[in-house]
Design a protein around this ligand. Sequence first.
Ligand SMILES: *Cc1c(COP(=O)(O)O)cnc(C)c1O
Length: 469
Amino acid sequence: MLYLSTRGHPDRKHFCEILLEGLAPDGGLYLPESYPKVDAATLAKWRGLPYADLAFEILSLYIDDIPAADLRAICRKTYTAEVFGTREIVPLRPLEEGVYLEALSNGPTLAFKDMAMQLLGNLFEYELARRGEELNILGATSGDTGSAAEYAMRGKKGVRVFMTSPNGRMSAFQQAQMFSLQDANIHNLAVEGVFDDCQDIVKAVSNDLAFKRKYRIGTVNSINWARLVAQVVYYFAGYFQATRSDDERVSFAVPSGNFGNICAGHVARMMGLPIAQLVLATNENDVLDEFFRTGTYRVRGSQDTYETSSPSMDISKASNFERFVFDLLQRDGAKVRYLFAEELAAKGQFTLGAEVLQARETYGFVSGKSTHADRLATIRDTWERFGTMIDTHTADGLKVAREHRRPGVPTIVLETALPIKFAETIVEALGREPDRPAKFAGIEQLPKRVTVLPADAERVKQFIAAHCA
Ligand SMILES: *Cc1c(COP(=O)(O)O)cnc(C)c1O
C-alpha cells in the first residue's frame, strides 16, 4: 500500500515514511492510493474478533512495512481492558429504539482522541527504535489534544513532549490531568497568553528550519494518517455490535470539528462497511454543516469562531476536510490544489455545485447543527428518560442524529468525551455534578509539574534545548 498527496505531488510513500510526517511536500494530505475493499466473507470473519485483533486486521491492509507479528503485538499492547476500561474497548449502550451510544471515551484522558493517540505512541516508539532516532513533539493545546498526546507518549523511549497551553485558562480538571504527569519525557509549558499565542510559538519554532532539524521537532496533529486509520477500527467494531448479520446497514452520527473522526467513517464506508448515512453534527461553529447544506466551504476568522460549551468542536476551518474533497472530486489533485491553495487562500471560501449532491447521494453525508440550548435540552432529556449522562459534544451528535433518523436503520452516536470533562455545563443542565471515574478522584490535589514561560518563542526554544541533553 502506497500513499499519495491530495494535491497531486508525484511521490508515493510507505506507511512508516509518513508516520512521523505532517503535510505532504506540496501542502496536501496523505491518503492511500486506493481503499482496500472488504467483502462479505471478510466481514463475517471479522465479526466477533477481539478489538485488538480487529485493529490488526484493518491496519495490516494499510501498513506493509511493519512485520505482521510486530504489528499484532503493537495492537494487543494498545487496546487492553486495563487502559480502556472494558473488554469490548468501545461498548455500545442502547438509548431509544434504534439509537445507540458507542463509548469511545474510556481511555486515559476520557475523550475519543485516546483511541488513536494510544496507538500512535506505540507506533512512534517502535519506529524510532528501529531507526535509532529521537523525536521531540512540540504542540499547543487548550485541553483535549494535548492531554491525549501526553498520555500516549509518557514513558515512551525516544520521544519527548513539549506541550504549550495558555496559563490558567484550562479547566482545573484539564490542568490536573496534564500537570500531574511526573514522567521525565513530558514537559508542560504554561504560556503567559492565550491559545493563539501558543499556536504562534509552535509555528515560529517549526519555521526555524535549522532549529527544527537540530532538535528533531515533530507534531502529532489531527492530519496524521496513522491517527485517522486507527479511528476506522471503531466504526467496524460499532457495526458488529449493533447488527446480527452483514446485510444490515447502520448510520453513524459524529460530533465534528476538524473532520478527522467522520473522515475515518468515510474511509470505513469506502472499504465496504455497510453504512447508510454519515451524520455530521457541528455546534454553533457550523463551517461543515454549511458546506453539506449549501456546497459552500467558507472558513471563519478568529473573531467569527465562537467559544461554546462543546469547545473541542470550536474550529474555524476543518483540517482533514481536504481528504474528503479529494475523493468527492474523483481524486483530481490539480483541482484540489487549486481550491485549497489558491481559491481558499485568496477568497476564504469555495463553492462546489453538483458535487455536494453527490456528497449526500453517493457518499451518504448529511449534517446539522446544535446550539447551547439544544445541548442543555439533550443532556437533560437523555438523563431523565434513560438515566444516561452524556457530555456536551455527544449531545450535539445525538441532537442531530435524531433529525436524520430513518426507519429500520439503527443509528450509532459516537460518544466523544465523558461528562466529567465539561462539568460546568452538566451542572447547568442537570443541577448536579457529573460522576467522576474512581481513578480521577482528587487529581486536582496531586503535585503539579509545569513551567510557566512568557509568550516568547525564543524562551520556548531555550527550554527545549536545555531539556534535550
Ligand atoms: C476532537 C474532538 C471532537 C472533534 O473531532 P474531529 O476529529 O476534530 O472532527 C469532538 N468531540 C471531542 C470531545 C473532541 O475531543
